[in-house]
Design a protein. Structure first.
Length: 405
């Protein structure tokens, strides 16, 4: 229930009902007194200073006590409205100090109201004979009023504690919402960074493809052109040698077409980074294009990887597979991806020639150096096991926020 609604309700509603019991000549003055009580409550409501609020609460208590002494215990509702408000607004020992003052003044007001003789013509003997009954009624009235004050104070105090707890909960909620917005912003930055990293990897791949087109296919086409010119000169003079040269030209063109087909396949757009850098697809393409047996195995519970981690694993796997085919003449390649609690380990082994794979130009060339740099950039390591089967191991540490993306 709103604080102001209950405060003014305790002031106005009982006052209206009590006014119905008053004689007509006393209603005007009574209404004036009630208006003063309302003005004190309104003034206190718009006061922000703690000291001024305490003084206004004391003034309201004194005024309510005077009304109790004047009109009787029914005016206790005005005192309760003051009690209800200051138990909410004041804190610490101040509220209990004011409660003590209110109890004292309320009891004095009740005593004053009951003890004041209604007429001056009562005889001393009658007063003395009625003392016991008066004490009994006044004690009962005092006990009832004090219990009402204490119950209202206890309920108001519990309500104030609940309101403060709610305010603290709302503050914590606001903090959590602020942190949530910060996390969303950080996530957007991470996604932007991963997109930039992916674009850089794509640019690197384009440069590699352009070099391949220039170094492999371009040189092969130039050699084919020169062999074609030589074949044109050789066929009229030596038909058998010219035919052999034409066959070589055919083989060169077929190899160039295969390279061109592979290059165009790699340039095919793919809108899903998880598919474009899928290790199983890499092995599937290698096996389909070269006829090499490939094996793919996952150990542990797979989970979503950072795009940067996925790209590094894919690039390292591609480099290791290329070295196995190009230098080791491998016929079988096995890729094992293990998900652990602390790291991700990718092992690529093959049955290729150990002498060719252990050649210094292979293990210390640009390919291995690129693998090492990429892995170190995200905090990982590269390990080469020279014993059969030749194995390249990539280790990348993971954190508890691995599935953030």
């Amino acid at each position: 229930m709103p604080l102001g609604f209950l405060q003014y309700g305790l002031l106005v509603v009982p006052a209206v009902f009590f006014s119905l019991t008053l004689p007509l000549h006393g209603e005007a003055l009574y209404t004036f007194y009630i208006l003063i009580s309302i003005l004190l409550a309104v003034a206190n409501r718009f006061t922000r200073s703690g000291a001024q609020q305490s003084l206004l609460f004391l003034a309201e208590i004194m005024w309510a006590s005077w009304l109790i002494a004047l009109y009787g215990p029914f005016m206790i509702f005005i005192s309760l409205s003051v009690l209800y408000v200051y138990m909410y607004r004041l804190g610490g020992s101040v509220r209990w100090f004011i409660l003590g003052i209110q109890l004292i003044t309320t009891n004095l007001a009740l005593y004053w109201h009951v003890a004041t003789p209604t007429t001056l013509s009562l005889r001393a003997m009658e007063v003395q004979m009625n003392t016991i009954s008066w004490l009994s009624d006044s004690v009962k009235l005092s006990i009832g009023v004090n219990l009402l004050l204490w119950m209202t104070a206890a309920l108001s105090w519990q309500g104030a504690k609940a309101a403060n707890g709610r305010k603290q909960l709302e503050h914590v909620y606001d903090e959590l919402r602020h942190k949530h917005y910060e996390l969303q912003e950080t996530r957007a930055q991470l996604l932007s960074f991963s997109k930039q990293l992916e674009d850089a990897a794509q640019a690197e791949e384009r440069i590699r493809i352009s070099r391949q087109l220039h170094d492999d296919i371009g040189h092969r086409l130039i050699r084919t052109k020169m062999m074609s010119e030589a074949a044109l000169l050789t066929l009229p003079l030596n038909n058998e040698q010219g035919t052999e040269m034409v066959k070589q030209i055919r083989d060169q063109l077929a190899a160039s077409m295969d390279d061109m087909r592979n290059t165009l396949h790699k340039l095919r757009p793919d809108f899903h980074a998880s598919d474009a850098y899928a290790l199983d697809r890499l092995l599937e393409e290698v096996g389909r294009d070269t006829g090499i047996q490939t094996h793919y195995e996952i150990i542990g519970q797979p989970h979503t990887l950072y795009p940067s981690t996925q790209i590094v694993l894919y690039k390292n796997a591609k480099e290791a597979v290329t070295n196995a085919i190009k230098h080791g003449k491998a016929t079988s390649i096995r890729l094992q991806l293990a998900f652990g609690h602390q790291e991700i380990r990718m092992s690529i082994s093959n049955d290729g020639s150990m002498h060719s794979l252990l050649d210094t130009s292979v293990t210390t060339g640009l390919g291995h150096e690129g693998m090492r740099q990429r892995t170190q950039f995200i905090g990982g390591t590269i390990e080469v096991q020279p014993t059969a089967p030749y194995t390249v191991i990539t280790r990348i540490p993971i954190t508890n926020k691995m599935n953030l993306l």
